[in-house]
Design a protein around this ligand. Structure first.
Ligand SMILES: [Zn+2]
Ligand SMILES: [Zn+2]
Length: 332
């Protein structure tokens, strides 16, 4: 008899996730089965649920910040063993053969598959994943580690793209899950963090200061000094010209989000003087390995709010409404 499990699944964009009972997934060759202990709720999940990303594999179980223990190992897996605590990230599979994969930019692989979008994710009791794309998790409990798997990794890649530890004054726009992790890394590296929140969001500004930001204010405010670089985690296109206006000549503005509202037109002088705009797409396994080694050294402490699996819709709604400080995590 096939064993069933609980999974919160999206059947059509714009609908609530349905509490389904589905067969417990079994690992194929090269895969592991993981009993989910915690799964972070990411803004990308909102974009999937709202139909803002094309062609999800419906019905889909969202969730790509999965932490759990290995409960079964498929044929040919030698890197992971039963009871290992592992993380399953957004990048679920790449071809290994295209130009991008061969150049170390597997995040741009045109046929890549993504957890919780084109592969079933972690809003469930169990998940299966290709063992080559899982990371061992050390130094963290499952719930605390979950936000590291995307908010942490994408934040890290965004930060690296913005110059890593080189910029002295770093602006962070949108102070949610990714920002609260990255701010701790930047402060530990001796950078000055300038945190931009929605106008008047005192709670988020206090949170940023608590994490070591030297300045926190609304994105409608100007920082006291020009920034050396800026990273954006809010899906708000108008923040691009805002951030360009805040960075010094030669400064980089990097957007870490997968989806953003349209960028309004802006005068060329904001870009002039060798300012630049970049986007960050997905992650590579190297990002994951580097960041998950760095996080416990900082040490990054994540602020989480746990929701039972069945309350996935409420967690998504709280994220949508900006009610969270830190990260929402589903616990089956
Ligand atoms: Zn490829
Ligand atoms: Zn994510």
């Amino acid at each position: 008899m096939t064993e069933l499990m609980r999974a919160m699944r999206l059947h059509a964009p714009g609908q609530l996730l349905a509490p389904d009972r589905v067969p417990r997934p079994q690992p194929g060759a090269g895969q592991v089965q993981v009993k989910v202990q915690a799964c972070g709720v990411c803004r990308t999940d909102l974009h999937v649920v709202d139909g803002e990303l094309p062609d999800p594999e419906l019905p889909i179980t969202p969730g790509h910040e999965i932490v759990g223990t290995v409960t079964a190992v498929g044929e040919g897996v030698s890197t992971l063993a039963l009871d290992d605590l592992v993380g399953i990230p957004w990048l679920g599979w790449t071809c290994g053969e295209c130009t991008y994969c061969r150049e170390g930019r597997e995040n741009l692989c045109p046929v890549a598959r993504f957890t919780g979008y084109t592969l079933d994710g972690g809003y469930a009791e169990y998940a299966v994943a290709d063992a080559r794309y899982c990371f061992p998790v050390r130094g963290y409990r499952a719930e605390a580690a979950a936000p590291l798997l995307c908010a942490g990794l994408i934040g890290y890649r965004t930060w690296r793209m913005a110059g890593g530890e080189a910029p002295r004054r770093l602006g962070i726009y949108g102070f949610g899950a990714a920002a609260h992790i990255l701010a701790q890394v930047a402060v530990a590296k001796g950078q000055q963090v300038y945190a931009f929140t929605r106008g008047g969001d005192r709670q988020a500004q206090d949170f940023a200061r608590r994490l070591g930001a030297v300045w926190a204010g609304g994105s409608d405010e100007s920082p006291p000094q020009p920034l050396d670089a800026a990273v954006l985690f809010a899906p708000v296109g108008s923040l691009i010209p805002t951030a360009l206006a805040h960075v010094r000549p030669g400064g980089k503005v990097v957007s870490g989000g997968i989806h953003m509202s349209d960028i309004p037109s802006f005068p060329y002088r904001l870009l002039w003087q060798e300012r630049s705009i970049h986007s960050v797409a997905n992650l590579t396994r190297r990002d994951g390995e580097e960041f998950l080694a760095l996080a416990p050294q900082v040490p990054v402490v994540t602020e989480t709010r746990a929701y039972p699996l069945e309350q996935a819709n409420r967690a998504l709604d709280d994220l949508r409404q900006g009610k969270l400080t830190g990260a929402a995590v589903l616990v089956p």
